[in-house]
Design a protein around this ligand. Structure first.
Ligand SMILES: [Ca+2]
Ligand SMILES: [Ca+2]
Ligand SMILES: [Ca+2]
Length: 435
């Protein structure tokens, strides 16, 4: 049996360590026994999983929890520490179910873990594929120092003339309260439509309907689904129809997908290569670069960000070097009370309300993309970048790497915050020695 902690009310703590060789030798069937044990205890549970790989799981619609969560289904309190969730599938037969790697209906803490190569099953008949290829959060979740990469959502059902969409949120589908820090959401691909009239899946990296906060993260190389007879999915990196709070985060090289080009079927290319937001978005000290959107009828708009809705606030951020098949290369929408940003191309993008210190029409001189840590990428600033030492009222005291802000990047003796996710360090002056 797994080692059990003390009983607290109806809660029980279970710690299993399959990475511990002695544990493996003594308990080769520990994981199966744990599953059977947890299933046999009624009521809420507090479970801690350490150093574990959950892989090649597949959930069944006939399970007690309707087949939600290919690898793990949680309705108690669960902590994942150094856990790999690999190659799990949510759904079986004709039922595509949410949460390829994990479905959360309780409280989950994920630390130093990897959620990779998970998927939701394709939709069947007139059904859409379910959301959350890697993770579906329906309640409370915290993710730190982890990677959610290479997950997919399924393709929409094949029955013609139905609205069977590709699954939304290939990396993460959030319908609860989600906080992510120092983590990477990268190279997740949302499902396309099949031969039906459905659209491609929205939100390659993250699809948010409720509340998501990102702090010091990377959204890299995610992609939405293609609409073969309808629209391509919106929001390559992140699709937000709820509340988004973003600090010190790099959103780079995400793309939307194609809409139908005719001659019989037409659909727009996906909008918002990096970010697509239609409700409340507050973005601080973040960088949106080298994202793009795809063509269709009409072409997609907002290569970097597409930002409309009730609240549209951005401060100390960079939106540059993006591309678009349509108009509004970097930014589409109206930014309200937004100051100290650099938007390189402002076609389709306006500032309203009270604003100051924005730079437009200039290149931020981003250096090549760099690996900053565990799956974390970002674009450092060049020494001569106009974004250095420009944010007079700083909203962040650490950059994406956790380096302190502000630093005196231009070496003039006063330390002021930079625009974007990465703060440039102080220049070194080598004294010239003449003999
Ligand atoms: Ca540029
Ligand atoms: Ca600085
Ligand atoms: Ca300075």
């Amino acid at each position: 049996m797994p080692q059990m902690g003390p009983m607290i009310g109806y809660a029980v703590t279970v710690v299993i360590e399959p990475g511990n060789r002695k544990h493996r030798e003594a308990n080769p069937k520990g994981w199966q026994e744990y599953r059977r044990y947890v299933a046999g205890v009624s009521g809420p549970k507090i479970v801690v999983l350490q150093d574990l790989t959950v892989s090649y799981g597949q959930s069944q619609p006939t399970d007690s929890h309707l087949g939600y969560g290919g690898g793990i289904y949680n309705e108690g309190q669960l902590t994942l520490q150094d856990v790999n969730l690999f190659f799990n599938i949510a759904g079986r037969g004709t039922a595509s179910t949410p949460g390829g790697g994990i479905f959360n209906a309780g409280t989950v803490y994920i630390y130093d873990s990897r959620v990779q190569y998970n998927t939701t099953l394709d939709g069947f008949g007139t059904a859409s594929a379910a959301g959350g290829g890697g993770i579906y959060n329906n309640n409370n979740m915290t993710i730190q120092r982890s990677a959610v990469t290479d997950n997919t959502t399924g393709v929409g059902g094949t029955t013609a003339d139905a609205s069977a969409n590709g699954g939304d949120g290939a990396g993460i589908y959030n319908n609860g309260i989600l906080q992510i820090s120092a983590s990477s959401i990268s190279e997740n691909f949302a499902g396309s439509s099949s031969t039906s009239m459905g659209r491609g899946g929205h939100g390659g990296g993250i699809y948010n309907t409720a509340s998501v906060q990102l702090n010091g993260c990377t959204l890299y190389g995610n992609q939405t689904g293609r609409g073969f007879k309808n629209d391509g999915g919106d929001g390559g990196g992140l699709y937000n129809s709820g509340m988004l709070l973003m600090y010190d985060t790099s959103v780079l090289r995400n793309t939307t997908n194609f809409g139908a080009m005719g001659p019989t079927d037409f659909g727009k290319g996906g909008d918002g290569g990096g970010l697509y937001s239609t409700n409340s978005a507050s973005v601080y000290h973040s960088t949106f670069a080298e994202n793009g959107n795809a063509s269709g009828t009409p072409n997609g708009i907002g290569g970097g960000v597409y930002i409309t809705g009730s609240s549209r606030f951005m401060r100390g951020s960079i939106v540059a070097d993006n591309s678009s098949s349509g108009t509004s290369v970097d930014c589409y929408g109206d930014l309200v009370n937004s100051s100290y940003n650099l938007v390189e191309n402002t076609v389709g993008c306006t500032f309203s309300g009270t604003f100051f210190g924005n730079l437009t029409g200039v290149d931020p001189q981003l250096r090549d993309v760099q690996l900053l840590g565990y799956y974390l990428y970002g674009f450092p600033l060049s020494r001569t970048s106009p974004a250095v030492d420009k944010v007079l009222s700083c909203m962040s005291d650490e950059d994406q790497r956790g380096s302190l802000r502000p630093l005196d990047g231009d070496g003039d003796g006063s330390a002021i915050c930079d625009m974007g996710a990465l703060e440039l360090g102080m220049p070194f002056f080598i004294p010239m020695i003449v003999k």
